[in-house]
Design a protein. Structure first.
Ligand code: C2O
Length: 345
């Protein structure tokens, strides 16, 4: 068997979940794709988003980086909307599989989920660093798995003029609304303290009780020639809280018409997307370090690769196996309390 690989050269029109076509191809490849070496020699700490106020220097830097991304020409793949398109094209059928023009490529609902999104936020962070000329900058993580982070963090909610704000969030879920990690388009009437307890129990269930094996946690293998929609199965965390937090954040009052975060083609148009995904990435590290999980050793996972645009707008090839040691990627996560570790209900 061989790894499933995207045919990055030929981006095609993607399809939104409601069937509407959408052209979300990032700018076409001009430069030759080169192999990328993640060989960081220093480590930046990604911190919990709730620890920053809108008066902080951090907020100033971060919002400046995002504003600059938004201001880049659309022909530049580092442009904010084009970054959202990179995500869209990889998940709504923008690419076929290499060697299988009739099979669509997809980075959700399988073992590609954790590594692809790790690399996505990695380059997103590199682009931020580059635009503000500060290679110590690190993205924050949305710590929705702990009570201190169970609301939209203040830095993402400081008004329409903030580059970190998105008007297309569910108005009922703005602060002080407490997140519901398993939201089913229903707004329960439980008290915030009760919702917090539910959330911790959900985390315990998803990270511990139901994540005993690699397949549980990472999702099904996808190999060369697999018809992804037919055999796909997501890992525990990908479904809950990952998918549910997308819907909770971005589903409008009309559940049939989800907005930015609520649907994959547009999810990364909300700046909170990268903080949602740094937290997902952090949970991967917790599963390995605190919960004694292990990474997949199957060569079809290790050798699978993706193409991203780096901070210089050049296309680079990254293999899953090169992204497994985050020290080499130059980041680590701030240690914050993990109250769900003993929240068995
Ligand atoms: Cu590719 Cu959170 O989704």
């Amino acid at each position: 068997s061989k790894p499933a690989l995207p045919d990055f050269k030929d981006c095609i029109e993607a399809t939104q979940p409601n069937g509407t076509p959408i052209n979300c191809c990032p700018p076409p490849l001009v430069d030759e794709v080169t192999d990328y070496c993640p060989c960081a020699t220093t480590v930046n700490i990604r911190k919990a988003a709730q620890s920053f106020t809108v008066d902080s220097d951090y907020y100033k830097k971060y919002s400046k980086a995002i504003q600059k991304m938004k201001n880049l020409a659309l022909s530049d793949p580092r442009n904010f909307l084009q970054q959202a398109n990179v995500h869209c094209a990889y998940c709504d059928g923008g690419y076929t599989q290499q060697g299988h023009p009739n099979l669509l490529y997809e980075i959700h609902n399988s073992w590609l989920f954790f590594p692809w999104h790790r690399w996505f936020v990695y380059f997103f962070e590199k682009i931020c660093q580059n635009l503000i000329d500060d290679d110590t900058f690190a993205l924050p993580f949305w710590n929705w798995d702990a009570p201190a982070g169970m609301q939209i963090p203040p830095i993402y909610n400081s008004g329409v003029t903030s580059p970190l704000y998105d008007t297309l969030r569910n108005p009922k879920h703005l602060p002080p609304s407490v997140v519901n990690l398993e939201w089913f388009n229903d707004d329960a009437t439980v008290e915030p303290e009760v919702q917090i307890k539910y959330n911790l129990a959900i985390m315990y269930r998803q990270m511990i009780t139901q994540s005993k094996t690699q397949i549980d946690f990472f999702g099904n293998p996808i190999r060369d020639g697999d018809d992804v929609p037919k055999i796909s199965a997501s890992g525990t965390i990908e479904i809950t809280p990952h998918n549910h937090m997308h819907s909770w954040t971005g589903t409008s009052v009309d559940p049939n018409n989800p907005i930015n975060m609520g649907v994959f083609y547009s999810a990364a148009r909300d700046p909170i997307f990268s903080a949602h995904h740094t937290n997902i990435d952090r949970l991967w590290t917790i599963w390995l370090n605190q919960l004694k999980g292990t990474n997949i050793t199957d060569p079809d996972w290790l050798n699978a690769y993706f193409i991203f645009y780096n901070e210089e707008a050049k296309p680079v090839r990254v293999r899953i196996q090169d992204g497994l040691d985050i020290t080499r990627l130059g980041y680590a996560y701030e240690e914050v309390p993990i109250p769900w570790l003993d929240a068995s209900a």
